[in-house]
Design a protein around this ligand. Structure first.
Ligand code: BES
Ligand code: MN
Ligand code: ZN
Length: 500
């Protein structure tokens, strides 16, 4: 999709489809009232007829309206005038994207971003429309022999209507960001949706190399198992020992133009478990296929790196993706095994299915080498997080309250939210082991928190936050697949930081 801007009065614009917002109680903005007048009252009479009532998210198309240059008007219900919230606008943008996608046109012009929204400025409204369009037009059919294809004619260009030069400049900046975030989300979804037999640790490593090739500001390094062994990553390697696929430690480093060499980076660490069978503590077979999504945290690091490079943000960003499979094997971890992590701390593995923390802890120790400003890890870490928070919000824990606040804010700004859980020492005590420095599980209660407490033992030397995305990374009802979350939150967090 090509995104552009278009200036001029609505009635003069030449397009196959003009998208406008209308409100309940037949209220029209002055601009839409002028457009209505030019059509001889087509819009107001439609509202009067009751065919379309302006309810938030409703849509109707008017064909060959007279008196104007657009071939169609797509009306999007925006609810009560001046009462639209950010949350509502995102839903409205989704409804609009769905309706646009269904039209047999090559291009559209949208004036939807003119809708007043209290807590969402013009740039964010444009970005929300682009994101909605990206999410709605996504399909994952690369592994089908016949592609879903759809209609021949699909909108290829979307122009955002602007009123003047300064607005059109503002929109152009928003387009650059929105399109970058949208393609980051798509990359994350594509990697996440790939099955475990294709998306292996080696495959992810090759994709990181590809990212380096297409974005000169990104430098990729891949560590193999021998190199990890030399670093003492006994915890990570104990997980991959049970798999025929060799583990990889992927590092992608991005430095924006003009960013000083000694600027401490933001480091993102994403769990890249390409298939989680549970190991010897084997998972039940129902829905085990969904464990191909256990690399969604890693995939979100890929998507965020790409988006940041495309936005050319003036920041220093490092993405680390420890990648492995977790399989049962003659050489796999056994319950009761004790391993030594890169930090020197020993771990009694009481459940081989709590493997995410075993690969993350070594990656978090490795992160120290970058002298980070902050470290954020992203992981489909615990089923308990789904029990606690469902599929609507990510779990968030950390050792630095300002950092946690920043992430919560970025979640609110982007509509991709997180919710904080307590990281108290009472919970940490659940990890005690009689034989090693810690156990890898903390008993039946508070599974998301004890998992974070485990990670916290490896992140004492820097400011750190942990996002448990087990509930938000994919939609479990079988149709939609990976969501691309939390790329919107992470990119917003980095945009906010770059602006400071
Ligand atoms: N990858 C899973 C967590 C998960 C489960 C994410 C379901 C999304 C949906 C993780 O490796 C795991 O198996 N965690 C265990 C931990 C337990 C053994 C302490 C879990 O949540 O059951
Ligand atoms: Mn597991
Ligand atoms: Zn897992």
């Amino acid at each position: 999709m090509q995104y552009t801007t278009k200036t001029g009065s609505l009635s003069k614009i030449i397009t196959a489809c003009l998208v406008i917002g209308v409100h309940e109680k037949r209220k029209l903005t002055p601009e839409v009232a002028t457009l209505d007048k030019a059509t001889g009252g087509l819009i107001s009479s439609l509202l009067k007829s009751g065919d379309m009532d302006g309810k938030s998210g409703s849509t109707t198309t008017i064909h060959h309206p007279t008196g104007i240059n657009a071939k169609r008007i797509l009306l999007i219900g925006c609810g009560e005038m001046n009462k639209c919230t950010a949350k509502q606008f995102r839903k409205i943008a989704m409804a609009s994207a769905k309706a646009i996608k269904a039209l047999p046109v090559n291009e559209v012009v949208s004036a939807l971003s003119a809708t007043e929204v209290d807590d969402l400025d013009l740039s964010s409204r444009v970005k929300a429309e682009i994101e909605a369009y990206g999410i709605n037009s996504y399909s994952f059919d690369q592994l089908k022999s016949t592609k879903s294809g759809g209609r021949k004619k699909q909108p290829r260009s979307l122009a955002f209507h602007s009123h003047n030069r300064s607005e059109s400049n503002q929109i152009a900046d928003a387009i650059k960001q929105g399109a970058a975030i949208s393609s980051g989300i798509t990359l994350t979804r594509d990697l996440s949706n790939l099955p475990g037999n294709i998306c292996t640790p080696s495959y992810l490593a090759s994709q990181a190399k590809k990212l380096e090739k297409s974005h000169p500001a990104i430098k990729t390094t891949i560590l193999n198992e021998a190199q990890m062994k030399r670093l003492g990553m006994g915890s990570l390697l104990s997980v991959s020992r049970g798999s025929r696929q060799p583990a990889k430690l992927i590092t992608m480093e991005y430095r924006g133009k003009g960013v000083k060499a000694n600027t401490p980076p933001v480091v993102l660490v994403g769990k890249g478990l390409t298939f989680d069978a549970g190991g010897i503590s084997l998972k039940p077979s129902a829905k085990m296929d969904e464990m191909k999504y256990d690399m969604c945290g890693g995939a979100s690091v890929f998507g965020t790196m790409q988006a940041v490079a495309e936005m050319e943000l003036p920041i220093h960003l490092v993405g680390i993706v420890p990648s492995s499979e977790n399989m049962p094997d003659g050489d796999a971890n056994k319950p009761g095994d004790i391993v030594t992590s890169m930090s020197g701390q020993t771990i009694e593995i009481l459940n081989t299915d709590a493997e995410g923390r075993l690969i993350l802890c070594d990656a978090l120790t490795y992160a120290k080498k970058f002298k980070p400003e902050v470290v954020i890890d992203i992981a489909t870490l615990t089923g308990a997080c789904i029990v606690a928070l469902g599929n609507h919000t990510a779990g968030l824990l950390g050792n630095d309250d300002p950092l946690v606040e920043e992430l919560l804010d970025a979640g609110k700004d982007s509509g991709d939210r997180a919710w904080q859980l307590p990281l108290w020492e009472e919970y940490d005590e659940q990890l005690k082991s009689p034989y090693a420095d810690m156990a890898n599980i903390g008993g039946p209660g508070a599974g998301t928190i004890t998992a974070a407490c485990f990670l916290a033992r490896y992140t004492k030397e820097y400011r750190w936050a942990h996002l448990d995305i087990a509930g938000t990374a994919w939609n479990s009802n079988g149709i939609e697949g990976a969501s691309g979350r939390p790329v919107p939150m992470l990119t917003q967090f980095l945009i906010n930081r770059a602006g400071k």
